[in-house]
Write a protein that binds this ligand. Structure first.
Ligand SMILES: Nc1ncnc2c1ncn2[C@@H]1O[C@H](COP(=O)(O)OP(=O)(O)OC[C@H]2O[C@@H]([n+]3cccc(C(=O)O)c3)[C@H](O)[C@@H]2O)[C@@H](O)[C@H]1O
Ligand SMILES: Nc1ncnc2c1ncn2[C@@H]1O[C@H](COP(=O)(O)OP(=O)(O)OP(=O)(O)O)[C@@H](O)[C@H]1O
Ligand SMILES: [Mg+2]
Length: 253
């Protein structure tokens, strides 16, 4: 993987958040706090940039499980204001309106419901929504289009997941949050690495070589000592998710 100066990256992101909030004339930011590492890291960076009074955490559970306590831990350790809003009644109502949803579609409704609540708070409080997407998720399309993928600024968007792990350690994100298996939490037992079909460590090694260095697939496979099909698989994820990385387009006249 590329070698980043993580301390300098933290300073840069901190400066970035402060600058963008200033430019927008906003009174602060709103962040969805899941109990996972990406949102915890964004919350830490936001507090560093703006101070704890300008950061609101929204904890929006669908399931009743330990993630709620982890999310509270993140907010309380930082001393930020937070609200807990169950999205279950809202999502269930959407499901009734549609006439039933499969597990994945319901998960996307969950992510989009959270987005609506984040923007409702941002509008009402003159704040910006900070997203938590990272480079590994964005390049593979591992996010809900216009759901968790939607935000005003996304401080981690140019960092790979493995780099977020390093930054979180330096920022003092609670260890139990850092050690948790990444999960979108959209259904019971879901983990990113199972659904993606590859570990973040290997994924990031491939993505970095393919996208940042522009290396040939065969060269990447040889360098990493993996079958070519693994590299082709990642290429397919990137290609198949191009539509998620741009605004909608139409014919040009
Ligand atoms: N070629 C194309 N050109 C333009 N648009 C295209 C398209 N193909 C599909 N679409 C549109 O995109 C939709 C599918 O995209 P989308 O609705 O996002 O749904 P989809 O990509 O099927 O599912 C989202 C994935 O992201 C994962 N996720 C979601 C949320 C959070 C996290 C996390 O890590 O926390 C992970 C989730 O587990 C799932 O695997 C289609 O219904 C269609 O509307
Ligand atoms: N229960 C929740 N309450 C509030 N926000 C949530 C909840 N679940 C997901 N989100 C939002 O959706 C984002 C995307 O989820 P994602 O799983 O990629 O990140 P994470 O949970 O912070 O970290 P990890 O990927 O390690 O689980 C979260 O960072 C958070 O902003
Ligand atoms: Mg998560």
């Amino acid at each position: 993987m590329r070698v980043l100066d993580y301390g300098a990256a933290i300073d840069r992101i901190t400066w970035f958040i402060r600058e963008k909030v200033g430019e927008a004339g906003a009174d602060g930011v709103v962040v969805g706090i899941s109990g996972g590492i990406d949102s915890a890291t964004v919350a830490h960076l936001a507090v560093r940039a703006l101070g704890k009074d300008k950061v609101l955490g929204l904890i929006m559970p669908y399931y009743e499980n330990g993630d709620l306590e982890d999310a509270r831990l993140v907010c309380e350790a930082l001393g930020i204001d937070y609200r807990v809003i169950s999205i279950k009644p809202i999502v269930d109502e959407f499901e009734r309106a549609v006439g039933g949803l499969d597990v994945k579609s319901r998960g996307n409704v969950m992510a989009r419901t959270r987005m609506v609540l984040l923007y409702a708070h941002a509008n009402a409080m003159n704040r910006l929504v900070l997203g938590t997407s990272n480079r590994s998720e964005v390049l593979t399309g591992y996010f809900t289009k216009w759901g968790d993928g939607a935000s005003d600024y996304a401080p981690l968007i140019n960092l790979y997941k493995t780099e977020v792990w390093e930054i979180a350690k330096l920022l003092g994100v609670p260890e139990r949050i850092i050690k948790k298996k990444p999960t979108a939490g959209l259904w019971e037992g879901q983990t990113d690495e199972d659904e993606l079909g590859i570990s973040y460590r290997l994924l990031d090694e491939i993505l970095w070589r393919m996208v940042d260095l522009g290396k040939e697939k065969s060269e990447i496979a040889e360098e990493l000592g993996i079958p070519l099909e693994r590299v082709e698989y990642v290429e397919k994820l990137i290609r198949g998710s191009e539509h998620k990385r741009r605004l909608p387009v139409g014919p040009v006249f």
